[in-house]
Every structure is written in C-alpha cells, then in structure tokens.
Design a protein around this ligand. Structure first.
Ligand SMILES: [Zn+2]
Length: 442
C-alpha cells in the first residue's frame, strides 16, 4: 500500500472510531497495549522485568495491575535511552528515525521513533483540524525545526489530507523556530488570511512586534503548539489579529494526543493512538475534576517503547460520561501546563499563575516570575499601556494572595526578554534550583 493510501485508511478509521461504543475503544486499546507490552518485554532490556506485575502465572495480562507498572520519567528516557530501545525493530512500523527534544523544560531526550507513530500523529492532527473546522484550502505558515534544506518562505505543498480536493488548493510555507519576527510577519502579509503555527514565546513576540511597529495583519487562525495558551495571549490574538487560537496537545514522544472538543466540552483524547492517564503521586487515576500528572503510552512507537511515560504536564481529568458532542473518546477537562511551570509553597501546594488582572495592575505586557533564592521572587516585566494607571500596591496584594507571607518580592522593569530554545518564553523560571522545575515522584 502506498503511504498516501495508508494514511487515508487510518484517517477514515479514526473518523469512524470516534463514535464507537466506549467498550469497543477500550478493547482496541488493550489489543494495542498487549502488542506493545509483549514486544517491549521480550526485546528491550529496560523492560525485561519491569512489566512483570502485569502477567498472570499463565502468561495472560491482568489489566487491574496496569496502575502498578512503574512510571518512566524523562530523566530515565534521557539516561537509559539505549536500554529502552528495542533490539528487534518491527520492520513494518518503519522506516525509523531519530528525534530530539529541547532541554528547555528538563533533560533533553533523543530516541528512535517509527513511521507508524508519525502516521497516527498526522491523521489524529487532521481529525483535530476537522473538529476545529480549519480550512485545508488555505495557506498554513508552518513552524518546524531549523533545517539545512529549507529556508523561511519555501513552499512545502499541502497540509490537509492530500486526497481531498480542498487540500490540494492549500499550501504550507516553511519557517523555523528561529525565523526572525520581521520575516515571519512579512510572510503573514504576503499570504493574508492564512493560518500559522506558533508556540508560547513566538506568540508573545508577535503581539509585541505588531504593537510596536503598528503593522496590520489578518490571520485565519493560529495553531498553538506546546503549551496551553493563557488568557492574556488569547485576548491579544482576538484584539490584534482578529484570530482565534486552536490548541493542540502534542509532543515528539507521543505525537498528537488530544484536541479541543468541537462543542467546547474540554478536550478529547486520540485514544486510538495513545493511552493517556491522569494520575496522582501514587500513579493511580485521579477522579473527574481533579488535577494530576499526564502519563502516556503511545501505541505507535515500537522502536523506543514508552510505557507509562511521565509527560511532565498537569491536567484535570474530564467527566467519564459520553460527551454531549456524541464522541466517545475519553475527555480531559483542561491542561494546566508543564509541572515545571509551577512554584510551590513551603507546604508543597502548587502556586497558581498570576491572573490577567494582576498583569493589568502592574501595567505589564510580557513578564516572567523568577525564583532567585529560596523565598525570593523577581517579577520582571515589559511595560504595557492597558489604558488604566498601574497600581503597584494592588499588584503586590494579588501576588501575596497567591504566594505566601514569607515570600520576598522584587519588581523589575526590563526592555526585552531573550527567548529560550525553540522560541519558548518561560513565564516561570527557577533560577535558584533549576532542577526543581521538574518535580518527579515515583
Ligand atoms: Zn465533545
């Protein structure tokens, strides 16, 4: 079967299975998990005994013990990658390729992935784009890894499912994470009413650029990658670009894992491609409405099996009932960003993010809260006129309402921020103990 024909088959299957009875989806997941678990146990040294709790004496799998499978941390993937990798790649899942992830929020990881994970990720991405009613005949200003072969502005062909007539009218324009904002904006002007892919840092820089240079652009929508868009970014996109943000929960490890429900009832998991669990510190699922850590098992990567891999994010578990939109795919109420992006009180409680109101009280645009010593925090900000006079005392009250009495606060106005790797802007930064930005319990 050609690549294209195979993608069409998977996409059509996903279009159908989103409506299946829940039990049928669970059954499908168990078939995929069984295959992955047996393959990992028999061909990857890391898993030789790690999954033993799952197996009954007669060799069958006891699914009630799934929650006892140890959770794999990013640090383990970083240090044990070679032992996690299979000794017997399944050729039908290839070709295989190396992927690297940035180290901006923890240990950088490098591992082998499969064509199959890519196929599942791409077809799930299309399904999410269809839910968001994205127009595949439009231009998409893409944002990819820095490439020796591609330069900003290069035309890359379609971005929708290529067998559909409407997709054949669409085209993708290359930019990388490092493309300067002036060049990115020039492309948006050259291709009006296009979509673009942005991450948190680029999105903030784009807004700053438009404000400072008084440039008008019109986008159809922004596909927001990496982290959940905060309220500040969302509001600015409506104001300056008349454009909504389409979120997407994806990563190199798991592919496309969840997309927003088309009727606004939280998020739907792409359950045919990944088992996504939201768990407490003991690795047990949290009840609906509660926050927990995101732990994933992507079915497509049989080259570097990730079984109960801690994705480093926090999310709130969704209701167990079938969604009012009719899709049976499991739900997530909301994603709360990277665990790395929370500070904790001395009693261990997470500290919530400062609100948009606090930002307005300070008269701040882009900002960053940095912990510089045990109980000392700096709020660094770029000034922005919100049309009301800043009120520093009100801001301090907002700060202390969220933080704790012993916390020391210093407020510093800055001219600009330097973005981290892949254009990421860190709104919360632990400079005192950078390693504490990854909290891992297991
Ligand atoms: Zn729904």
């Amino acid at each position: 079967m050609s690549n294209l024909a195979r993608l069409e088959v998977i996409y059509n299957a996903l279009d159908d299975s989103q409506w299946w009875p829940r039990e049928r989806l669970v059954e499908l997941q168990r078939v995929d998990l069984t295959r992955l678990v047996r393959h990992a146990k028999s061909t990857s040294p890391f898993y030789e005994t790690r999954l033993d709790c799952l197996f009954r004496a007669n060799g069958t799998i006891d699914w009630d013990r799934w929650v006892d499978v140890p959770i794999m941390t990013r640090a383990e993937l970083s240090s044990e990658g070679d032992s996690i990798q299979t000794r017997k790649p399944i050729q039908a899942h290839g070709p295989f390729s190396w992927v690297k992830t940035s180290g901006s929020t923890g240990d950088p990881v490098k591992f082998v992935t499969t064509r199959m994970l890519g196929d599942l990720s791409l077809t799930s991405l299309w399904r999410g784009q269809k839910w968001a009613k994205m127009d595949w005949s439009a231009t998409m200003i893409h944002m990819g890894d820095v490439s020796a072969k591609m330069k900003a502005g290069d035309v890359m062909g379609h971005w929708g499912p290529p067998w559909l007539a409407e997709s054949r009218k669409g085209q993708r324009i290359f930019t990388s994470y490092e493309t300067p904002m002036a060049e990115r904006v020039a492309l948006m002007q050259q291709y009006p009413s296009s979509y673009c892919v942005l991450g948190n840092g680029n999105a903030l820089s784009l807004i700053e650029y438009l404000r400072e240079n008084d440039v008008q652009i019109q986008l159809k929508g922004v596909q927001f990658r990496g982290m959940a868009a905060n309220e500040f970014v969302r509001q600015d996109f409506r104001k300056y670009l008349n454009s909504d943000i389409v979120e997407l929960y994806s990563s190199k490890e798991g592919g496309t894992m969840a997309d927003p429900c088309p009727l606004g009832h939280g998020w739907h998991q792409h359950a045919e491609s990944v088992l996504l669990e939201i768990v407490d510190s003991d690795g047990k699922p949290v009840p609906p409405g509660q926050m927990g850590r995101v732990v994933i098992t992507p079915f497509g990567n049989t080259a570097t099996p990730l079984i109960r891999y801690d994705h480093g994010d926090l999310a709130v578990a969704g209701p167990t009932e079938i969604c009012p939109c009719g899709r049976t795919l499991p739900r997530i109420a909301s994603f709360s960003g990277r665990v790395a992006h929370y500070f904790r009180k001395p009693n261990g409680d997470n500290i919530a993010w400062l609100s948009l109101d606090a930002r307005i009280q300070l008269g701040a645009g882009i900002w960053q809260v940095a912990r510089v010593a045990e109980d000392s925090f700096e709020v660094r900000y770029k000034k922005r006129d919100w049309g009301v006079k800043p009120d520093i005392e009100a801001f301090k009250k907002s700060f202390y309402d969220l933080y704790y009495p012993e916390a020391k606060l210093k407020i510093i106005e800055v001219d600009s921020f330097t973005l981290g790797k892949f254009g990421k802007h860190m709104e919360l930064l632990d400079e005192w103990k950078p390693e504490s930005q990854i909290h891992v319990k297991h």
